[in-house]
Design a protein. Structure first.
Length: 262
């Protein structure tokens, strides 16, 4: 099935892609990325279930209103897609900013989330562990080529990059206007679900690469400690895009976690 649309509460068209058959797994991408973040990985789940991806507002085929965005608003957009499809309850797997969005979905709509997987993400706010200053400088300074090289290094190991020259789908949606990129940045930076994390009652798995410098691994420990009965899985040597480079480990890990009876 190709791209189709749902309407958010404010009328924004939200594009979504439903592929495969079986009970759906919602896959939520990182900041300033469309559903293409999951290209080459989503089919790992299709043996037993369908996958549902979403183009956040501002990305892909969704509308791009120039209004304030928040991770909670993006979670409401996900809910609008679920309502449109008649999906009452589902598993949710969010990575990076998608993990922040997934946190709000599980907090605000607990009856809609059967289980939760939070990958390479953070609780946000003052409790979160920030990336170090050298990472911030590398991503903010220099020319576009230098920033791209810095982001690639944060996403993948040099050995993997040597064998996979691209294209790399995790570096941002190239079709986004500058204002939408900034709206995503602000939404992610202002995320703070710390107080609400203790309310998450569904089975939760926290996954993180031990060598993630874009989102320090200490945030995985914070999430696992804060969310009741959450499980923590650390992938040695993995960086931010662990789900792609380490898919042979990460995919089965997530699938095994999701394989339980209610």
């Amino acid at each position: 099935m190709g791209t189709t649309y749902a309407r958010a509460a404010d009328g924004t068209r939200i594009a979504y892609q439903l592929r495969g058959t079986g009970s759906p797994l919602v896959l939520l991408a990182g900041q300033a990325n469309s559903h293409h973040w999951w290209d080459g990985v989503r089919e790992d789940f299709h043996a037993v279930r369908a996958t549902l991806t979403i183009d956040y507002r501002g990305t892909g085929d969704s509308d791009r209103p120039d209004v304030p965005y928040s991770t909670r608003l993006l979670a409401d957009d996900v809910r609008a897609v679920l309502d449109h499809l008649g999906i009452e309850r589902t598993d949710v797997y969010g990575t990076s900013m998608g993990g922040r969005v997934a946190q709000w979905l599980a907090v605000d709509r607990p009856h809609r989330v059967r289980s939760l997987v939070l990958g390479c993400t953070s609780p946000g706010g003052p409790h979160a562990v920030e990336r170090d200053a050298s990472v911030r400088r590398a991503l903010a300074g220099g020319d576009a080529a230098g920033r791209r090289a810095a982001l690639l290094d944060l996403m993948y190991t040099p050995a993997w990059l040597a064998e996979h020259p691209g294209p790399h789908r995790t570096l941002g949606d190239p079709t986004m206007p500058a204002f939408a990129r900034n709206r995503h940045l602000v939404a992610s930076d202002r995320h703070d679900a710390w107080d609400a994390l203790a309310w998450i009652g569904c089975p939760t798995l926290v996954v993180h690469g031990t060598d993630d410098r874009l989102n320090p691994v200490a945030n995985a420990h914070l999430l696992a400690d804060r969310i009741p009965r959450a499980r923590l899985a650390l992938l040695p040597g993995a960086r931010h895009a662990y789900f792609e480079e380490f898919r042979a480990v990460a995919g089965p890990l997530v699938s095994d976690f999701l394989d339980f009876d209610d």
